[in-house]
Design a binder for this molecule. Structure first.
Ligand code: MLT
Length: 404
């Protein structure tokens, strides 16, 4: 008789955003006349920018003629896109990353879930708490997290780095030294970030302790302050200890198009083994590349026109962030985030848990958000709203919350 991967049975409940979707659908079915405003999952609402649409159309037409048709993409991505990424996201910021250190993929969620495969089973991971659930859940699936304690909602073999108002939502170096450190800045879910100096501290810590940092920079486009690094490779020594993951979802609206990339520098080694070679092997074996059409659309992100259009789109969402931030503040809530990230993180009212507040907002304001505790135990007593809605609904949602 075959056996299953029993690690899957250890996972408590379903994926956070699936649980929320189920709850919201049940509410909508029971209350078909209520008009819900969804500020839960960080999914974009604005259409793709004109230069991206133009690139998509052009690439579709290319597929219609034998001379310009494209089959399998190169394992690591088309050179035109990798060069554009190298120039646009790294060289322009003074970061020394080569095109052949960039691995194009179908998104940062898959990369952040898959990357753990190249590490040994007995590595100990450290995560911020609260945290994007994918990092922990995929390590659970791989059998790396020990046993789950439902009371504390923690895993025995995971090092949690609490990020709360007390430490300004910035993780502190853990007492126990981890092997793999997941960092995401600007942060999902808290919407806060750390300075470039603080990030340099993490790079130094990793290099000193022989740890690797998995750096999720999905929200980089939302950075508005000068003292924040746009890539971990702005920090000295990061080529020796960090893998960076990027997404086209949040900066260019590709949540339904799917495109991302991972950077694995060739200097990042375990003994003599380059992690770059392992990831290349994995990529070549398990993946046939993001579609040509989509990679062409990705390259449009780096054109002058594309950049200008996307700057405007990011500005649109950041205006929503301001509406939420200021509106909630006026309504007496304690709020943070929303300055370098499209997420606003608020304290739930005294005596109300994150899930109580979720129900309260759903029922009283017909607004959907995300309970902070869904991201980890230190998220209890907090709640996340996204700025990715459309402006009109965002304004309406805040009015409704104010009127509860
Ligand atoms: C979120 O809402 O946290 C994100 O949209 C999830 C994701 O990017 O996969």
């Amino acid at each position: 008789m075959f056996k299953i991967n029993e690690n899957y049975l250890k996972l408590p409940g379903s994926y956070l955003f699936s649980t929320i979707a189920k709850k919201v659908n049940a509410y909508q079915e029971a209350n078909p006349n209520k008009e819900l405003i969804r500020l839960g999952i960080g999914d974009v609402t604005q259409p793709l920018a004109p230069s991206i649409i133009e690139a998509l159309h052009g690439a579709v037409d290319e597929m219609a003629a034998a001379e310009t048709f494209h089959g399998y993409a190169p394992d690591l991505g088309y050179e035109f896109l990798r060069n554009a990424i190298m120039e646009g996201d790294y060289r322009s910021r003074g970061a020394q990353i080569e095109a052949d250190e960039i691995f194009v993929s179908d998104g940062a969620k898959c990369d952040s879930g898959n990357i753990q495969e190249i590490f040994a089973q007995d590595n100990k991971i450290a995560v911020c708490d609260p945290v994007y659930p994918v990092y922990v859940d995929t390590n659970v699936m791989a059998g790396r997290t020990g046993t789950y304690d439902p009371k504390s909602e923690t895993w025995s073999d995971v090092i949690y780095m609490p990020c709360t108002a007390e430490n300004n939502f910035a993780p502190e170096f853990p007492e126990e030294v981890p092997d793999i450190i997941y960092l995401c800045f600007p942060n999902n879910p808290t919407g806060s970030t750390i300075t470039k100096d603080q990030l340099q501290g993490w790079v130094d810590y990793a290099n000193k302790n022989g740890a690797v940092i998995i750096y999720d920079a999905a929200y980089e486009a939302y950075i508005s302050e000068d003292n924040v690094a746009h890539t971990i490779y702005e920090c000295e020594g990061a080529r020796n200890c960090a893998i960076e993951l990027k997404s086209f979802s949040k900066n260019a609206g590709f949540t339904g198009v799917r495109l991302g990339y991972a950077v694995v520098p060739k200097d990042l080694k375990c003994g003599d083994v380059k992690l770059h070679d392992l990831w290349a092997r994995r990529h070549g074996t398990k993946y046939n590349g993001a579609p040509y059409i989509v990679q062409k659309a990705g390259a449009a992100v780096y054109t002058e026109q594309g950049k200008a259009q996307l700057k405007e789109q990011v500005g649109y969402y950041m205006n929503n962030a301001k509406v939420i931030f200021e509106g909630l503040k006026e309504a007496g809530y304690t709020v943070s985030g929303g300055v370098n990230a499209p997420y606003i993180w608020l304290k739930t009212p005294e005596g109300m848990s994150s899930w109580d507040f979720f129900d309260h907002l759903l029922e009283q304001a017909n607004v959907v958000g995300t309970p902070g505790s869904g991201f980890g135990p230190s998220g209890e007593g907090y709640f996340r709203l996204t700025a990715f809605g459309n402006y009109e609904n965002t304004v309406k949602a805040i009015e409704r919350i104010k009127n509860i």
